[in-house]
Design a binder for this molecule. Structure first.
Ligand SMILES: NC(=O)c1ccc[n+]([C@@H]2O[C@H](COP(=O)([O-])OP(=O)(O)OC[C@H]3O[C@@H](n4cnc5c(N)ncnc54)[C@H](OP(=O)(O)O)[C@@H]3O)[C@@H](O)[C@H]2O)c1
Length: 328
């Protein structure tokens, strides 16, 4: 495993990190343990979770009990020190008016709950899960700055922010002498390239770490879904993941998979290996957050993760992506 610096900070993160959205949602604690062990054995040091990850997500249950964090807290006992632990706050964890968002009230309560579930006294990277237009950014950044000063949080980051939102937040941090978001966590893969126009140039210019999620397009880029066919049992599409369904419907997903298949085969790689290598071939990516429901998937995906695609391969993909209007 190789390690990259997170933006302008001195923190080094594995270039592939483990996402734990599946823990307690699609896989139980035992299966989660096997996935986590495989990831740590491979040298992954950055583990990403969120206070909302858990079983309620597909069931439409508005009361989130944080199963992913709770499982992770139990599994990390005795090995917490070597991990860069990242979690998130902002999405609704209940039906109350203050059960979501980025107010002082909600952030303090959410952090205490995350620390308790994760069985730790600090979060290494505390990320806001999305923009909250209803709360002044000064309020949010003021609380986050306090949490860093109290030692409960080491670094702060944001997720699902547009470039202008991150620029606004940075401006407010600078004006008020508050800590700034040192990382941003957007979706990025061969099938989701929207960030290339605004967010990537901004993050590069301001040296913001980019921790990108769903590098395998939630499983689409492994080629496991076939047009017009029922998904296999045990997959997230069969489990009803809404955002995966949307990604399949909105994008020329199947054409893209067929276009990259010969490129992956020419290297003797699986589609998962090729798709992950494509993400990591971009130097502005600090870490790609891989998801997995089985340890074999982690092993397979990581096999060639230290290799980069050639300029010719990247150009061929860009040309095809332009032809099917995935990028301009
Ligand atoms: N900030 C946000 O809003 C946000 C949103 C989404 C995700 N995330 C973060 O990003 C993490 C990763 O997201 P993701 O799970 O969507 O990422 P992903 O890596 O794009 O997709 C992972 C899925 O791909 C399949 N897979 C992985 N390796 C495979 C292999 N070698 N062969 C066959 N199939 C393979 C598995 O699907 P099956 O399980 O169906 O077999 C797995 O669940 C999450 O856990 C979370 O931490 C953040």
């Amino acid at each position: 495993m190789k390690y990259r610096k997170l933006g302008r900070t001195g923190l080094k993160v594995s270039e592939v990190s483990l996402g734990t959205m599946a823990f307690g949602r699609w896989i139980d604690e035992q299966a989660s343990a096997a996935v986590l062990d495989q990831a740590l054995e491979a040298g992954i040091n950055l583990i990403d979770t969120a206070d909302v990850y858990g079983s309620g997500m597909d069931l439409g249950d508005p009361n989130r009990t944080g199963e992913s964090e709770a499982i992770l807290g139990r599994l990390l006992k005795g090995r917490r020190n070597d991990i860069v632990l990242a979690t998130k706050v902002q999405a609704p964890v209940g039906t109350g008016v203050n059960d979501s968002g980025l107010s002082r009230y909600h952030i303090y309560r959410a952090l205490e709950n995350s620390l308790r579930r994760l069985q730790t006294d600090h979060i290494d990277l505390y990320q806001v899960h999305g923009f909250d237009a209803a709360t002044p950014i000064e309020e949010t950044l003021g609380v986050l700055d306090e949490l860093v000063k109290q030692g409960k949080v080491r670094y702060i980051g944001c997720s699902n922010y547009a470039a202008w939102q991150l620029a606004k937040a940075h401006g407010i941090s600078a004006l008020n002498r508050l800590g700034r978001f040192e990382s941003v966590q957007p979706e990025y893969s061969l099938i989701s390239r929207g960030i290339e126009q605004e967010l990537v140039p901004f993050a590069e210019s301001e040296k913001v770490g980019m921790i990108v999620y769903s590098p395998l397009g939630r499983g689409i880029l492994t080629g496991k879904y076939k047009q017009g066919e029922q998904p296999q049992e045990g997959t997230r599409l069969a489990a009803g993941e809404q955002r995966l369904k949307l990604l399949l419907q909105k994008n020329p997903a199947y054409e893209l998979v067929e276009a990259i298949r010969p490129l992956a085969e020419a290297r003797g790689w699986t589609l998962a290996q090729f798709s992950l290598a494509w993400v990591l071939s971009h130097s502005y990516v600090s870490s790609a957050i891989l998801g997995a429901s089985k340890p074999e998937q982690v092993r397979d995906s990581l096999r060639f993760a230290d290799q980069r695609l050639t300029i010719e391969e990247l150009n061929t993909i860009d040309q095809f992506s332009q032809n099917i209007s995935l990028i301009r």
